[in-house]
Ligand binder design. Structure first.
Ligand SMILES: Nc1nc2c(ncn2[C@@H]2O[C@H](COP(=O)(O)OP(=O)(O)OP(=O)(O)O)[C@@H](O)[C@H]2O)c(=O)[nH]1
Length: 390
């Protein structure tokens, strides 16, 4: 009996040992690669990883991205915003010109509505225009024209005065200059260079302009050629990522011309509609830095013409802004002016003075720090905003 029990136990142990050997994980035939029969069916991987991704794809995606190198395009992170189109923005932002309206438009309307206008009143009108940065010569012209019209009109009500003043300001601002922003290169990316002194709002303008163009249905590459200030490139990256625009940047201190070159090359490779190149802020009194701007432009032009050189001027800086404008225009052919910070000044008359000084139109105006506070300049809407409702 004992012999039978012992035999059954030995048999059971032997069966278990063979079973364990056969079922142990990783056993292959002859120790080589697994056979088709033993390999897990690929359909189950597809089911586990949506979109049919493989396991290695997943591992790849989970690996942290390497830091960007010079000239790398930074791929924007989702979700991207859809900015509003640019049409009619100045009308929507008219309230931002409130300070200009109260100190400039309203004072002029009140003065001109007086029943009798003495020489002192006319002097006060001229002073109001000059204080609003219209410039001495245009102010004298406006006063001469208004004097004639007041004589012809005789008694006048507020509506007539407003219409008279509006016509006069529109005449001074709209001198037949083309304000169209050249953002269509006709089969190649249009290239826009943004220049100006420190802190006028160049980087902010590049970002806002990128949004304007994306909102109008264009594809945009931003070039961070302000390589003096690392924060400027970071700033631009943030602007770009919000609207899905690629940003090309270099290491701090890289030759700005080479970053500008790379940005345009990227725009061509990606068939982008527009490349916007931000440049470092530079004092107009530093000759070397001003010469550098010419170099950046020449290097870009090895690949594509520069369609616009936009000079960014801080509207609050008055006569100093005009001096800057003169020097920049000598260094590089400025094709358009961006007047920023018009929301914070009573000196809306700078529009007249700067256009007259450079013979170049104001194409865009900055009316706040918000992302969509940049508007294409429209004379009618601007003058209406300054004068307020009659
Ligand atoms: N209120 C107001 N602030 C503005 C406007 N445009 C720009 N700014 C502000 O101006 C400051 C300077 O703007 P940036 O874009 O950094 O100026 P930048 O010219 O690139 O400066 P640098 O690179 O140092 O030359 C920021 O605080 C902007 O938010 C505007 O239209 N209105």
């Amino acid at each position: 009996m004992e012999f039978v029990i012992l035999s059954v136990v030995i048999l059971l142990v032997a069966v278990l040992a063979v079973g364990f050997y056969l079922l142990r994980p990783g056993r292959g035939s002859g120790g080589g690669a697994p056979t088709d029969e033993q390999a897990p069916p690929s359909a189950s991987i597809d089911e586990i990883l949506p979109g049919g991704a493989t396991g290695s794809d997943t591992l790849e995606a989970e690996r942290p991205a390497p830091p960007p190198r010079a000239g790398d395009t930074v791929v924007p992170e989702a979700p991207v915003e859809t900015p509003p189109p640019s049409a009619g923005r100045l009308v929507r932002l008219r309230a931002r010109l409130a300070r200009s309206q109260s100190t400039f438009g309203r004072s002029l309307l009140n003065l001109l509505s007086r029943d009798v206008l003495t020489d002192d009143d006319w002097d006060e009108i001229e002073d109001t225009l000059i204080t609003a940065d219209v410039g001495v010569t245009p102010a004298a012209q406006i006063v001469a024209d208004l004097r004639t019209q007041v004589k012809v009109l005789g008694t006048r009500d507020l509506v007539e005065v407003r219409s008279m003043l509006k016509d006069e300001l529109v005449k001074q601002i709209d001198t037949g200059m083309d304000r169209t922003l050249r953002t269509d290169g006709g089969g190649r990316p249009a290239v826009l260079m943004v220049v100006g002194v420190n802190g006028t709002g160049k980087t902010t303008t590049c970002g806002k302009l990128g949004r304007v163009l994306v909102g109008d249905g264009r594809t945009v590459v931003l070039g961070a050629a302000d390589t003096f200030r690392a924060a400027a490139a970071d700033q631009l990256e943030t602007w770009g990522s919000r609207v899905g625009a690629s940003v090309v940047r270099g290491q701090e201190g890289t030759d700005p011309a080479s970053v500008a070159f790379d940005a345009v090359a990227r725009g061509i490779a990606d068939s982008a509609d527009t490349v916007i190149v931000d440049t470092a802020g530079r004092l107009h009194t530093k000759t070397g830095l001003m010469d550098e701007l010419g170099k950046v432009k020449r290097v870009i032009e090895k690949q594509a013409p520069v369609d616009e050189v936009l000079l960014v001027l801080d509207a609050t800086t008055g006569q100093n802004g005009l001096r800057q404008a003169r020097v920049f225009a000598e260094a590089v052919a400025v094709t358009g002016i961006v007047l920023t910070k018009l929301d914070g000044t009573a000196k809306g008359g700078i529009v007249i003075a700067v256009q007259r000084e450079l013979g170049v139109p104001v194409k865009l105006v900055g009316l706040g720090e918000g992302p969509d506070d940049l508007a294409p300049f429209e004379t009618d809407a601007f003058v209406d905003a300054i004068l307020g409702d009659a």
